[in-house]
Design a protein around this ligand. Structure first.
Ligand code: GDP
Ligand code: GDP
Length: 434
């Protein structure tokens, strides 16, 4: 996991404007969890070749005119807990307000690296005015205009320099598994159940921030890292019931994992929030296993599981080639199978198909069912190969790759899935010019 930069500040100082500028056109990852979270929260950014994540801690109090001290405290607490660097944004148009002083006090007491950023410095006069922010006692004042971009280049250069070194990517060849799902689905119970069977923690592998500590286990003969989630450690009081926080945790757990175990509450069925978390894992191209938990509570006949499964596959289509396991953490039923399946998905995700085998398989299929001609032009795929990437990716070389549409790519993907086992593994199909 790379560095995390959090933006704090009272409403209307320009946090979301800065967030958008930093994350650019790339939409915030959590955009699609409509109704679950605000649309600005967490995004990816890059400057001078350095990648980092941005959290807009103001996201969850947007719209409230009265921001209470307690809200600001929460905001700052999240930033302190989650980020490597905090950007404290103030408004050069307004000057220092009481709430700015409050935030400054909280930040001074934290031990986090803080950069004080005066926004809305759109002209030279504001530049002079913004000198008053030195009074907040947080050192240098960085002047920017988030709206028109003024000063942001210099500021970003300094910000990048202030970030801790990017951690070495851990290239351990053992699966990193994240347990995700909506509150109450049974995540903590599941983790306790599997880790409680044998207390067998091998080692703590420290990540970048205090909170991203992955623990290595060797259970049932399987070696794996459990990506830390809120369930693993004592929940901080401030964060309890904070939806913003729980979504943020899922996003980060998913990013850090190879395989996600998505726990669904059987009594509630597969709902919108489950789908949102599923899509998040899918878009991040992570391996996925769906665990339908609390199966003990469901009245069953011979078709119940099948119906449940069909319903899930329908909702997650087109990526429905995933393992679905019915379990009861309470009865310790199939929890071993869940871990085993996660490890299997990891192994399938690592498989490499030789170029000759791939072409022997795919070229005859393509010849029998070629891509439809477009604008009177014949489209020819001549060759394909698996790329040396973490996510299984296949490149197909064609004379007119731009004319090959999604349905045909899905056809190719389905063919690959029929002949090789990618159960639970998102794969990518690229068309390239030959
Ligand atoms: P947030 O509540 O802190 O997220 O603030 P917003 O990003 O929503 O911005 C609040 C208002 O300030 C909006 O009307 C923005 O257009 C405006 N704003 C943001 N950055 C600048 C800036 O650099 N200069 C000026 N003049 N206005 C800005
Ligand atoms: P989390 O919020 O996802 O971590 O969910 P918890 O692990 O805290 O579980 C929420 C509730 O569901 C608790 O009361 C658990 O005892 C209960 N629970 C978890 N797994 C099962 C199960 O398999 N069967 C039943 N009946 N209850 C379960």
């Amino acid at each position: 996991m790379g560095n995390i930069v959090a933006i704090v500040g009272r409403p209307n100082v320009g946090k979301s404007t800065l967030f958008n500028r930093l994350t650019g056109q790339r939409k915030a990852i959590v955009d699609s969890i409509a109704g679950v979270t605000r649309d600005r929260l967490y995004g990816k950014a890059e400057w001078a070749g350095r990648k980092f994540s941005v959290i807009d801690t103001g996201g969850y109090i947007i719209g409230s005119d009265d921001v209470f001290e307690g809200e600001i405290r929460k905001q700052v607490q999240i930033a302190v807990d989650e980020a490597n660097l905090i950007l404290f944004l103030v408004d050069a148009e307004d000057g220092i307000t009481g709430m700015d002083e409050e935030v400054a006090n909280l930040l001074r007491r934290s031990e986090k690296k803080v950069m004080l950023v005066a926004n809305k410095v759109d002209n030279a006069m504001r530049q002079t005015q913004s000198a008053e922010f030195y009074g907040l006692g947080l050192g240098e004042v960085h002047n920017i205009s988030a709206m028109n971009g003024g000063g942001t280049g210099d500021f970003l250069d300094e910000m990048i320099a202030a970030l801790p070194e990017d951690p070495e990517e851990e290239e351990l060849d053992i699966p990193k598994i994240a347990v995700i799902g909506r509150p109450n689905a049974g995540k903590s119970s599941f983790i306790n159940a599997i880790t409680g069977i044998e207390r067998n923690i091998v080692t703590d592998v420290a990540g970048t921030t205090r909170d991203s500590i992955n623990t290595r286990y060797n259970l049932f003969g399987k070696d794996f890292l459990l990506v830390d989630t809120a369930g693993l450690r004592k929940k901080s009081k401030v964060h309890e019931n904070l939806e913003f926080y729980s979504v943020l945790r899922s996003v980060r757990a998913i990013e850090d994992a190879d395989v996600c175990l998505l726990i669904v509450d059987a009594e509630r069925g597969f709902e919108g929030q489950d789908l949102a978390v599923f899509s998040l894992a899918e878009r991040n191209k992570k391996g996925i296993v769906v665990l339908v938990n609390k199966w003990d509570l469901v009245e069953k006949d011979t078709h119940t599981a099948k119906r449940f499964e069909d319903n899930i596959r329908e909702k997650i289509a087109p990526f429905s080639d995933i393992p679905i396991i019915f379990m009861s953490v309470l009865n310790k039923q199939r929890i071993y199978k869940a871990v085993e399946e996660a490890v299997n998905v990891f192994e399938r995700r690592q498989q490499k198909i030789s170029t000759s085998k791939l072409n022997d398989l795919m070229l005859p299929i393509i010849q029998a069912t070629p891509p439809p001609a477009t604008k009177g032009k014949l489209i020819k795929i001549k060759f394909c190969t698996q790329l040396p990437t973490r996510v299984p990716s296949f490149a197909f070389f064609a004379n007119l790759p731009q004319y090959i549409k999604d349905p045909y790519k899905r056809f190719l993907e389905n063919q690959l899935r029929q002949h090789y086992d990618f159960n639970g593994v998102p794969i990518q199909i690229f068309m390239r010019k030959k």
